[in-house]
Structure formats: C-alpha cells, structure tokens
Design a protein around this ligand. Structure first.
Ligand SMILES: [Zn+2]
Length: 398
C-alpha cells in the first residue's frame, strides 16, 4: 500500500509539471492565430471538422463531448467484450489512425499500437504524457479525476491549435465540462467525507484511481495484484489468500473486471457470492449505455455506493432536497449557452426528466420503497423463512 500511495503522489506531482509544461507550449502555439488577419493570401484557415481518432472509446467520448460539431471522432476500441490489454488493431484501424489530425491515446503501455506508426506531424494527446505516467504505472487513467481534467484541457488546447477560428466554442464546451466534472467530484467527495475506513479488493486493478479518489483502501493481496498487472497468472498461494480474504469478509466490496475474466476471477467472485461480500462489476471500456465519460463514472460510483451503503443519499430523495441542491450547483457553474451544448451531448441521458440534474445519486434503496435503513439486511431477513422450508440453495447457488 505504501508504495502505491507513493506512486500516486509521484504521479500527481509529475502530472502537475506536465500540465504546466503543456500550458507553456499551448500558449506559444496560439500566437500564429493572432497574426492570421495580416496574411489573407496565405494558406486558407482550416474550417473543420477536425478528424480525431481515439484509441479507446472512453477518451473518444470525452473528445466528442469537448469538440461538438467541430470534430469528427472515431474510437478504435469500442466494446466491453474485447481484451483491451492485448488488443491488436486491424489494418483498417491503422489506416484510420494514419489519417487522423489528432490522435487521442491513453499511453502507459495500454495502447502503444495507437502511437507506434505515427508520423511526426500527427498531433497526439496522451493521458500518460499529460499525467507523467509511464509503462508499469497503473494505466487505467480515465478513472482518475486528475487525469480526466488534465486531458479535457489538453484535448481542448489541441483543438484550438488545429482550428483556431472555433477557439471560443471549444473554450465554452471545456468550461461546461469542467462545471460538470466539479459537481461530480463534489458529490463524490461528500460520500467520502462521511465514509472513512472503507476497503475493497479487485480481480484486476482497473478502477484503482476511482477507488483511491473515493477513499477506499485497497486490500487485494499484493502478490495477486502484481501478477495480474503484469499480465500473468496469479500464483496459487496468492489466489488462496485472496479467497481467504473474501471468505473472512475482509473487505467491504469486491470489484470484478468483467472484461478480464478468468477461472481465477470466477473462483473469487464465487467466494464473494457465498460469503455475501458485495460484488461491483466494472469494464475497461465505456459500456454502450453510458452517454458520456462522466455519466459512466457517475453510474459506477452509484453502483459502489449501492454495494457499501444502499440507503446513502436516499433519505431526502422523496422531497427532492438532494436533487435541488445538485441542480443549483449545476446552474451556477455552467454559464449561458454552454449548458445547452452540454445537454445536447448528453441528450440520451436526459430523456428521463428534464428537471433531473446530470450527476446524482440514483437510489436503489429508494426504488424498493420500503424506506428501510438496511434494505440489504431486510432482504436477507426475508430470506430466512425460505431457509426453514428448504429453499436455501436457490440464493447461494447463483
Ligand atoms: Zn485493465
């Protein structure tokens, strides 16, 4: 754990200097635009849309949100059914990448195929470069709030450089996104403040940064994490200590990466089922039903909260107090038509209700309507009479 904290701190520090470095170059890059009116006879200014190719759909989604109509984004890895760590691009994928004006990549060894054969003129925005992460660091950077924010700024800077005439539109979209990100982070940190000492274990360290952002302590046996991180099979002894940890209910939640399932992970989730340790399923890539990167993160945080404290944030749901306070923070932070842009991007998400704030607690506990403080325990209690009548196998067998 100590080394992980050190690494995270080092990453954050490195990320900051990388951002500063980027900001300096970005400032320098804007100066040609200022001289533009003087040479009308030179090369015509680009009109867009910018051809953007993202290696992964989660970064592609952010790129699309920030670019609006001024960009055309294609994502190469676009499914939660592929082995992302061992992905091999098709010839057509490589062709798309070679024609891109801007490539949005993750880096840190996760998608090295995306930047391998690039020409020197291709503009690459990479999360690992922005954050100062290198191969060997946890590569799942999209789950880090710092990486998301730094990437949003870096992508916008690249857009402005490629299409200076739309600078204001890009800046407006970034501002709207930052307001949304801030409301998501505030909402998440409120949960963290009232929930200290939460622990988890993971079948693969995919949501490491998100769990760290939420204040969860990683209790996964170190040997197990090391072997999965390097793509190897866990040693039997590590697998055993993982199973024991779950059987002893040594963690509040088990995070299961459905995109990297194996016999070993099936054994661990099976143990969690028997020991009644809640399991949260996550994927590497953004699932089809998520509209934006942050809507996906929101959905994941909700699932995690449902697993460890189902009634959290649901007490006031009926009178709308919680929803109102979130809506107000959204209104004050997003200005003018920037909100319209953001809403347009997430139009599918807002079909439920127009008054619904974008990032909120969707209460599972409230939906069950019993308004019980411990709905999970109540369910378990309801199952007891079943045990007496010999139905006990139906639940645990799942
Ligand atoms: Zn992974």
């Amino acid at each position: 754990m100590g080394t992980q904290i050190t690494r995270l701190t080092r990453l954050a520090a490195a990320g900051l200097s990388a951002v500063l470095l980027f900001a300096t170059t970005a400032c320098a890059a804007t100066s040609p635009a200022e001289t533009e009116p003087d040479n009308k006879t030179s090369v015509p200014a680009p009109t867009g849309p910018i051809n953007v190719v993202a290696s992964l759909n989660q970064w592609g989604s952010l790129a699309a949100e920030l670019g609006g109509d001024d960009v055309e984004v294609t994502s190469i890895v676009n499914s939660t059914n592929v082995d992302a760590h061992d992905f091999e691009p098709k010839t057509s994928d490589v062709a798309k990448l070679s024609k891109a004006q801007i490539i949005v990549a993750n880096g840190a060894g996760y998608d090295s195929w995306a930047t391998k054969s690039m020409t020197k003129t291709t503009n690459i925005v990479s999360a690992a470069s922005v954050m100062g992460a290198v191969e060997g660091d946890n590569p799942h950077l999209w789950f880090s709030k710092d990486a998301r924010s730094s990437m949003a700024t870096a992508i916008t800077d690249a857009y402005i450089k490629a299409l200076p005439s739309k600078k204001k539109a890009f800046q407006k979209r970034l501002k709207a996104w930052q307001a949304d990100e801030k409301s998501l982070e505030t909402w998440a940190s409120e949960f963290t403040k009232s929930h200290s000492n939460l622990t988890y274990a993971a079948t693969e360290p995919v949501v490491y940064y998100l769990m760290a952002d939420l204040g969860f302590k990683d209790q996964t046996p170190k040997g197990y994490t090391q072997s999965t991180a390097s793509g190897g099979e866990p040693a039997p002894a590590d697998l055993q200590s993982f199973q024991k940890l779950i059987e002893d209910k040594g963690v509040d939640v088990l995070v299961n990466n459905t995109q990297e399932a194996s016999d070993a992970t099936n054994m661990i989730t099976g143990a969690a089922g028997r020991a009644d340790v809640p399991v949260v399923d996550v994927s590497e890539q953004m699932p089809k039903d998520a509209d934006t990167l942050n809507a996906w993160i929101n959905q994941l945080i909700n699932t995690i909260i449902d697993a460890v404290d189902p009634s959290y944030g649901c007490e006031d749901a009926t009178d709308g107090d919680t929803a109102d306070s979130n809506a107000n923070s959204d209104d004050s932070s997003a200005e003018g038509s920037a909100t319209d842009d953001a809403n347009a991007q997430g139009s599918k998400a807002s079909t439920g209700s127009s008054t619904e704030p974008k990032y909120i607690r969707q209460c599972k506990a409230a939906a069950s309507s019993d308004s019980s403080q411990d709905s999970a325990k109540a369910d378990a209690a309801n199952g007891d009479p079943g045990d007496a009548s010999g139905n006990d196998q139906t639940d645990s067998g799942k």
